[in-house]
Ligand binder design. Structure first.
Ligand code: SDX
Length: 430
């Protein structure tokens, strides 16, 4: 295909914008020279229409509700792959063969312990500390034990850091939970696989033998796979942005955890459960009243777990989770009234013009919390679970950013609309 170009006419001038061609999906109109040539910039709050990178990791078709990692459909990965297999796929770029997978699993398994000094770090937090605050702080704290691996230009340092983060995140998450309930920390057990180990560290006690329920282990694997990457979402863009200043991987991931915590992003899974619970707790509340509030322009309330910047169709992850929720709840023998309310809310919203016109469908957070809840995770741990799933995606995107020769430090411009050239007035005269 001959090189395509777009032409921009502005203020009597013509600007040539070369096109960056995709494998599939959006092409890119290159504006890299626009400010130098015109003295003006494009304006796109939230970068909803602006690509900051070329990537080979994840493809999303928001209109069709398609999600693929390295070309593999999320439905196939959720049904067939383990989370560690998907982490390898994202980080290395291909599915591992048996020998590669064994070596990868062993490498991760051998780094699950935290330095014993980290216990004092956990002890310093108040009991009610939100586990996302602990996760973010601990991610930076463990980096102080690995200062030799901070050089972003050193591929081996990246591999060492990535394995350590992947291996230690479950331990950090489980210790944050144990801290919050005043129970002793459980140590990793190398006889268990990645998810089993996490569940054991979360729910075992020194007083009794803990058997991992294979149904729960499978469900957590599926949930982690469904959260593994999602192209340039808010937290991934944050990880890339922090890494673009050549900050180390730990600092970049810590920043990604903080961005994910927001209720408009990964924090939504906790808010969905709180929203559904509020309907159960308040006799005057109902699915209909919630929908009415969500539609009211004067009410800041949003239907948590609904809507998406990219998906203008059903989020394929939510579709997997919706059907999976039935199976998990049946398997663990739970009838959760919140699940019935969620289905009623979904049905009501999908038939309401406000949601239909704005193409607002359930997203990954709408059903994930119901499954986490059925698996006995406390609500305040839900976004931590999202972060654990998203970790390999963040790291793969960070690696792609550092290896991309076109990467520059992230530094957006602005449209200034404030005062200029004001005279300073001494305080006595103000
Ligand atoms: C995740 O980007 C990713 O890939 C994220 C993620 C990932 O895997 O990384 O998929 C994970 O973050 C999923 C989203 C979780 N957040 C929520 O469920 C919070 C509720 N949803 C919204 O706040 C909202 O839908 C966003 C933040 C997800 C998307 O916001 P946008 O793209 O900026 O859309 P918008 O705010 O401009 O909304 C467009 C219109 C507005 O109405 P009008 O001004 O046109 O009248 O839709 C309305 C909004 O008011 N709207 C909603 C709504 N979401 C959008 N109205 C009620 N309830 C909602 N949930």
């Amino acid at each position: 295909m001959a090189d395509r170009h777009a032409q921009l006419s502005f203020d009597g001038n013509e600007y040539d914008l070369p096109i960056v061609e995709p494998t599939i999906g959006n092409a890119g109109l290159t504006i890299a020279k626009l400010r130098a040539d015109s003295g003006d910039v494009t304006y796109d709050p939230g970068f909803a229409n602006t690509a900051g990178a070329q990537s080979t990791i994840t493809y999303i078709d928001g209109a069709a509700g398609i999600l693929q990692h390295r070309g593999y459909a999320i439905e196939d990965l959720a049904a067939n792959a383990t989370f560690l297999e998907v982490a390898y796929l994202l980080l290395v770029g291909k599915l591992p063969n048996k020998a590669e997978f064994e070596a990868w699993s062993e490498d991760v398994r051998m780094h699950t312990l935290l330095n014993e000094e980290m216990k004092r770090f956990f002890d310093a937090f108040p009991k009610r500390a939100h586990p996302m605050a602990i996760l973010s702080s601990a991610t930076n704290a463990i980096s102080t034990f690995y200062e030799d691996y901070h050089d972003p230009s050193n591929a081996k340092a990246f591999d060492e850091s990535a394995v350590r983060l992947l291996a230690k995140m479950p331990t950090i998450a489980a210790w944050a939970y144990k801290k919050s309930i005043g129970m002793p920390y459980s140590y990793p057990n190398n006889d268990l696989d990645y998810v089993e180990n996490f569940l054991a560290m979360m729910f075992s006690l020194p007083t009794a033998r803990y058997e991992v329920d294979p149904v729960i282990a499978k469900a957590v694997n599926v949930l982690f796979v469904l959260h593994a990457d999602h192209e340039q979402n808010c937290s991934t863009a944050t990880v890339r942005g922090v890494g673009s200043s050549q900050a180390n991987l730990f600092a970049s991931v810590g920043a990604g955890i903080d961005a994910l915590w927001g209720p408009l992003h990964g924090g939504a899974n906790q808010r969905v459960i709180e929203m559904l619970q509020s309907i159960v707790d308040d006799p005057d509340a109902s699915a209909k009243s919630m929908i009415a509030r969500a539609k009211d322009p004067n009410d800041p309330f949003r239907l948590m777990g609904f809507g998406h910047r990219v998906y203008k169709n059903y989020d394929p992850r939510a579709r997997v989770l919706r059907s999976y929720a039935d199976d998990v709840l049946a398997a663990v023998g739970i009838k959760d009234p919140l699940f019935d309310i969620a289905k009623e809310l979904e049905q009501t919203a999908l038939e309401d013009d406000y949601f239909v016109e704005r193409k607002l469908f359930p997203n990954v957070d709408f059903y994930s919390g119901l499954i986490f809840r059925a698996l006995d995770f406390p609500t305040r741990m839900f976004t931590v679970l999202f972060a654990m799933g998203r970790l390999p995606g963040w790291m793969a995107q960070w690696k792609e950013m550092t290896e991309d020769p076109s990467t520059r430090i992230m530094r957006p411009r602005q449209i200034y609309i404030g005062d200029i050239d004001k005279e300073y007035v001494p305080i006595e005269e103000r």
